[in-house]
Design a protein around this ligand. Sequence first.
Ligand SMILES: Cc1cc2nc3c(=O)[nH]c(=O)nc-3n(C[C@H](O)[C@H](O)[C@H](O)COP(=O)(O)OP(=O)(O)OC[C@H]3O[C@@H](n4cnc5c(N)ncnc54)[C@H](O)[C@@H]3O)c2cc1C
Length: 313
Amino acid sequence: MNKDVNIIKGKVGIIGMGPAGITASIYLKRFNIEPICFEKGEIGGKVNTTSEIENYPGYVGSVENLLNNFKTQLKNYNIDVRHETVEQVLLNDDETFKIVTDKAYYQFDAVLLATGLKEREYKIPNQETYNSLGISRCAVCDGNFYRNLPVCVVGGGNSAFEEALYLASICSKVTLINRRDEFRADKSLVDEFRSLKNTEVLTPFVISDSKGDMKLRHLTLTNPNDNTTREIDTEGLFIYVGSAPVSEFIKIDNLVNARGFVPTNNVMETSVKGFFVAGDCRDTPLRQIVTATNDGALASISIRKFLKEKNGK
Ligand SMILES: Cc1cc2nc3c(=O)[nH]c(=O)nc-3n(C[C@H](O)[C@H](O)[C@H](O)COP(=O)(O)OP(=O)(O)OC[C@H]3O[C@@H](n4cnc5c(N)ncnc54)[C@H](O)[C@@H]3O)c2cc1C
């Protein structure tokens, strides 16, 4: 890598151009503040990984249209999006921020972290075939497609049980599969799930095969202790084996907590002045497009206020 020795200076650096970062960039631009935005993958973030969106108010149509609209809006506002991966964020002595990407060094008065969440990998045979065709990682997003149908959930933490409880309220049957007999989830959640008539808990099992036609229809489970197997018909599989915010590149003391989150208040400010967080990478009870855009808009207001106080802008 041949990084430019010059440091590129700007007012605001936005890391991540999913719905949160896109929204913040549009609002900032409308405040006459020019952000420099970094995206290591596709504009639109996680929206690229789904095929149907039915719960974003005012939006009806294909996901492709939504993604194209995001890009058109960025273009119309002439927003500076750089396809670079952020590798480090540091706090300078003068309380500005240094961002190191795979291509250059930057210095900003304010930084918005909008990098989303990364899910822990969970590999099952034929996963690529059935991704979005029976396999999902978002019950609130996709649960409705399985209304009155049997589904499975894999995982043993609070998220797995919370989402399984939601699915149990709309699906004909929910089977929770966990590789251990013990659960990390709170006992009250486990008890509530077990108490429902349309639920079943299968442990200790891992998913050793998946089959279907145009979509997922069947799972083979294997007991890791004795290798016995069990066959189960299902219309959907929701994977909840853990996730973490994308924050490992932040090198600022006392900002990131033990779970990888940067705590924020309700206007996206953090304990470090000038550092803001929005979207799925926040410690938040709901991760959707609507919450990410909400966060991005609020963050822009806070960034504007911060810059005004700092620079009199
Ligand atoms: C399968 C699936 C289906 C979904 N369906 C729905 C639905 O129907 N309705 C709904 O409202 N929501 C849905 N969601 C959730 C929705 O997609 C997310 O809540 C939303 O995209 C979060 O936006 P975000 O901007 O916070 O993060 P993301 O969309 O995750 O965007 C973060 C961006 O940051 C970039 N990034 C990360 N690290 C770096 C780095 N170091 N340098 C540069 N860039 C970086 C990433 O490449 C990414 O583009 C679904 C999610 C999934 C996975």
